[in-house]
Ligand binder design. Structure first.
Ligand code: HEC
Length: 161
């Protein structure tokens, strides 16, 4: 009984590892060239709807915690060029990178938080997008922090931290 079970097991293994043509077809060393299949009409990349919803205004509720999160993220991702005060004079600019506009220009003071979210998502001119590093929620947090910076500094001196 024991022996026949062992024989059966061996036979089963031998059948599995027969080196059949199917096995050859999935070999990782073989390049399988398939024609390019266009995505069916109306299909959207996975997660796109959630991302679009997270980016749609008005965004998350503006709370002190959100602003604080925005301040922290802004210091990491934006201040190297925009400066900690938003004046457009960060250390990267002092090394020769084109200076961004000051956040205290009238046009940017008037821009809604949504515009800042858009710029982080898509980039603008010489500024590259930060969508791969800053989550949609954090984009809102940063945008509201920038609006807060602008609102607190009525003189446009960028003196408020
Ligand atoms: C590597 C430098 C750099 C970094 C980092 C950077 N920016 Fe910019 N930003 C720029 C430059 C340069 C411009 C001007 C782009 C242009 O008009 O060509 C700009 C423009 C802007 C503008 C003005 C848009 C307008 O309508 O004129 C906003 C708002 C902005 N950035 C927000 C941000 C935020 C928020 C972050 C952080 C997530 C960030 N930037 C990170 C360089 C940078």
């Amino acid at each position: 009984m024991r022996v026949s079970a062992a024989v059966l097991t061996l036979l089963a293994l031998a059948t599995c590892d027969s080196g059949s043509e199917e096995r050859g077809d999935v070999s990782s060393t073989r390049v399988v060239q398939r024609p390019f299949d266009p995505a069916p009409a109306g299909s959207v990349p996975r997660g796109a709807a959630e991302r679009a919803a997270a980016l749609a205004p008005p965004g998350p509720a503006v709370t002190p915690a959100l602003i604080e999160r925005g301040r922290e993220r802004f210091r990491i991702y934006c201040s190297p060029c925009h400066g900690v005060t938003g004046g457009g004079d960060g250390p990267v600019v002092s090394r020769g990178f084109p200076a961004p506009p000051s956040y205290f220009e009238d046009r940017l003071r008037e821009a809604p938080a949504e515009h800042i979210v858009q710029v982080i998502t898509n980039g603008l001119g010489r500024m590259s997008p930060y969508a791969d590093r800053v989550t949609p929620e954090d984009r809102w947090a940063i945008a509201h922090y920038v609006k807060e910076l602008q609102a607190r500094d009525t003189q446009g001196s960028g003196a408020v931290q």
